[in-house]
Design a protein around this ligand. Structure first.
Ligand SMILES: [Zn+2]
Ligand SMILES: [Zn+2]
Length: 812
């Protein structure tokens, strides 16, 4: 092409290069002998709604590193996955299609899930491609695929053989809305208004014992009363008995240091189960168990007149009844922290059920140690992992009472109750539709399948193995595992990070990755985390890309460090246009000179100004490379931009104009300028390529492709420092020149003169004479940038300026 378009049209440019990269397989994973592999354990987005700007934010940050390491010669393995095997996908289908498994049957429901997932995954992929994520699409996986199911089941069987999983009937954290057991990691605290009612228990001597509670509906499950033995008010009651109101059941009064004299009336009822303390008491004091809450969240026949009511209705009813009988002593509203299921915000219950667990409590030290050996970016995120592991109180509950998910590969013998696991060779298997291939040890051939499915983290915790083709692509797996990087957000450290570390250690005795990069969230204007379900549509990424560009979204994502949140605001995203447009203007300026320029192997004779620009360029390469290596894209971007604006755009281009326009081709000063322009702009494009891949590609193709071997800027090698170009003296000169140029601009703006106005005379006074020679050699460039007709250089005039000043510029 012999001309460069006047304006940069991202709308046309971006899809063009997206197609080109795909055609030329620019991003493909090409491991070769001697080439280091950089493998990324990409988070598979949950298929549960639309991807939003928050996703664009964090996924762009990962892509910076994929592109950076690819340009540094690594074979980058960058797969994408879709997490479509769990509860969130079920919920979405229930909401979108208005169907439930109860209404349409499990099979039709699963089919609907399959269809909806497929449509959404196509949509997701389209968005990612448009955003310019340099993913290896041929390695895309889905967590419900046969291969993923096989890995999840294999993992279970392996742990079963190693006795790292166990089946236990015990109090389990239960969501009555989702109707399933959940893991502790899925529970979060929520502050809400609650009503404390003080109800009257009675003592053997007929006296009243006041107990305050927010859960009076648990009264039928009350098995004991606790006081603190230091509490003088009640100490004498220890080991006596009390009667529950309405139900008239006799319960023991016991002492425990966990009963807080300052809370409520200082007397606590222990029900099976209101909270984790109840479970502790129940265990430690060997109390009986009265289960009153069913899996559907309704009270069962153990609750007398409350039977069949849901929890809220039961609470209302029992307060009414207590009140009618004058058994309520006090009522007051107060805020209270309750534990809720993070997905649906339903307060959790503790119900005794039979569930499968993975041992983790007995290996805290090993898991802590592993966390410390992984490189965290930013480093302080490690403490979130440590806090979680240190405070673990539950083993990992991995069974869920849902329809959609990976089934457990096992049956129970109907005769003797023995667990019969499937064979490794039979996986993946669905025990609900297939029978075991052998009889039970007892000889019986009658079985019942395990009907629960696995926690979706059972599968996602194997993402490095699924993406890497464990079990069926041994060569690939050995190339990419353990992985180099796990990128993810901070809110799933206790789940995804933790579980992946557990699995990798238990199965392979290895860390899953060497580095973990924790991104922050994109926040709504009100400062809330944007989620797929809530307010995810404040800015539609596709519309933003159409209005601005994918590059601007990426530029916005690059402006914030790992681990930090960023407001999703149109203004902030539009800000990227300034750099993109300026890059385009600079390229347009340089285009006529670069298109005919043949870059030389050796460094030509350089004038001082060019030495300055090139010397600073070398420092920039060192700093920007270091920033990327430290997973600090934000500092890298700031440094590149500072160089681009302060040195190139605002000063150098004006300085070099005269040499470029007025001198004949072949003149050493002009050749020096062309060499410098070529080096500086090409290097800037490369340094910016990971962040803004489209505009850098367009300029590369227009201005550099004809002289460079690479098919794409993304296939060029990351800039390397040329020690011969480092020149501290030239950098001192450069600072002086910027000062002169700035003084001239200030003078013109103070006198309200257009910037192009010629100046008759500029007097430059120096306090140190060593700059004199270099400045003399730069007169053409000084004239060019200041439009000064006469430049006078001299030693400092006494009284003219303060002696500390190296240089003062006087213009008249
Ligand atoms: Zn729930
Ligand atoms: Zn049996």
């Amino acid at each position: 092409m012999n001309t460069i378009p006047k304006r940069y049209e991202a709308m046309n440019v971006e899809p063009k290069w997206q197609q080109y990269w795909e055609d030329k397989r620019v991003n493909s994973f090409q491991p070769r002998k001697g080439r280091i592999v950089y493998s990324i354990d990409t988070p598979p987005p949950t298929v549960s709604g639309n991807l939003h700007m928050g996703h664009c934010y964090s996924y762009s940050q990962t892509d910076f590193y994929a592109r950076f390491w690819r340009m540094n010669g690594r074979a980058v393995f960058y797969p994408m996955g879709w997490d479509d095997n769990g509860l969130p996908t079920e919920r979405l289908v229930e909401k979108r299609l208005g169907i439930t498994p109860e209404k349409v049957g499990a099979e039709a429901f699963l089919q609907a899930i399959g269809q909806t997932s497929k449509q959404l995954e196509e949509k997701y992929e389209k968005l990612w491609r448009r955003l310019g994520l340099s993913v290896n699409w041929r390695y895309t996986y889905s967590t419900i695929s046969p291969a993923a199911r096989k890995i999840a089941q294999h993992s279970f069987l392996d742990l079963y053989q190693k006795e790292d999983v166990y089946l236990s009937s015990s109090p389990t954290i239960w969501c009555s809305f989702c109707k399933t057991a959940i893991a502790h990691a899925e529970v979060t605290d929520m502050l809400r208004q609650a009503e404390f009612v003080t109800i009257a228990f009675s003592l053997e001597d007929g006296q009243t014992l006041p107990i305050a509670t927010t859960r009076p509906e648990l009264l039928p499950a009350c098995v004991a009363i606790f006081v603190n033995q230091d509490d003088k008010r009640y100490r004498h009651l220890i080991d006596q008995k009390a009667k529950t109101p309405l139900f008239g059941k006799e319960v023991p009064i016991l002492s425990d240091p966990k009963a807080d004299p300052g809370k409520g009336t200082g007397i606590v009822m222990c029900c099976t189960f209101g909270d984790a303390t109840d479970i502790k008491w129940w265990r430690e004091h060997a109390l009986p168990l009265i289960n009153i809450i069913g899996h559907d969240g309704k009270l069962n026949q153990n609750s007398g007149f409350l039977t069949d009511l849901d929890i809220k209705a039961a609470r209302k009813k029992i307060i009414e009844e207590l009140s009618n009988q004058g058994l309520i002593l006090d009522k007051k509203a107060a805020s209270q922290t309750v534990s809720v299921h993070e997905r649906c915000e339903t307060p959790i219950e503790y119900i005794e059920t039979k569930q499968w667990f993975i041992n983790v409590l007995d290996r805290k030290e090993m898991l802590l140690e592993a966390g410390r050996k992984i490189n965290w970016h930013p480093a302080h995120m490690l403490s979130r992992y440590e806090d979680w592991v240190q405070n673990l109180e539950w083993d990992w509950c991995i069974s869920r009472q849902r329809y959609h998910g990976v089934p457990f590969p096992l049956w129970y013998c109907l005769k003797c109750g023995e667990v019969l696991p499937a064979e490794f060779s039979e996986l993946p298997i669905d025990p609900r539709t297939q029978n075991p291939s052998r009889p039970c040890k007892c000889g019986s051939e009658e079985f019942t399948p395990e009907t629960s499915v696995m926690d979706t983290w059972m599968t996602s915790s194997m993402s490095p193995q699924i993406a890497g083709g464990w079990l069926n692509q041994t060569k690939l797996f050995n190339q990419v595992f353990p992985m180099s990087l796990r990128p993810q957000a901070y809110d799933i450290i206790r789940t995804w990070t933790f579980y992946t570390v557990v699995k990798s250690l238990y199965h392979f005795d290895k860390f899953p990755w060497s580095d973990i990069a924790i991104s922050g969230h994109g926040l709504s204007p009100e400062g809330h985390k944007v989620s797929k379900s809530k307010g995810g549509n404040i800015l539609d990424p596709i519309k933003v890309m159409e209005k601005y560009s994918a590059d601007t979204i990426r530029y916005w994502a690059a402006s914030t460090k790992l681990g930090e949140d960023s407001l999703i605001s149109e203004d902030k995203i539009a800000a990227g246009q300034k750099l993109i447009n300026k890059l385009w203007n600079v390229a347009s300026f340089a285009f006529p000179f670069l298109k005919v320029y043949r870059p030389s192997e050796s460094i030509p004779c350089l004038v001082p100004v060019d030495k300055w620009v090139l010397s600073r360029l070398q420092s920039l390469i060192i700093e920007a490379t270091e920033s990327f290596k430290q997973y600090d894209h934000a500092s890298g971007k700031i440094k590149v931009e500072a160089y681009f604006w302060d040195i190139i755009a605002d000063n150098y281009l004006e300085m070099v104009k005269t040499r470029l326009y007025d001198l004949e081709d072949g003149a050493p000063e002009k050749e020096s300028a062309k060499f410098t322009l070529y080096q500086a702009i090409l290097t800037l494009l490369k340094l910016l390529a990971p962040i803004t891949p489209y505009v850098t590609e367009e300029i590369f193709q227009l201005c550099f492709k004809r002289h460079e071997v690479a098919e794409s800027v993304h296939l060029t090698y990351w800039p390397e420092v040329n020690g011969e170009l480092i020149d501290p003296n030239a950098e001192i000169l450069g600072e002086a020149l910027v000062e002169i140029a700035t003084a001239a601009r200030r003078y013109k703006s103070e006198h309200q003169l257009p910037m192009g106005t010629p100046l008759d005379r500029i007097k430059i006074a120096l306090s140190q004479s060593e700059l004199l020679q270099q400045l003399e050699a730069s007169i053409t460039d000084i004239k060019s940038v200041t439009r000064g007709k006469n430049i006078e250089l001299g030693e400092e005039t006494p009284g003219f300026d303060t002696p500390e000043q190296r240089l003062s510029v006087h213009i008249d």
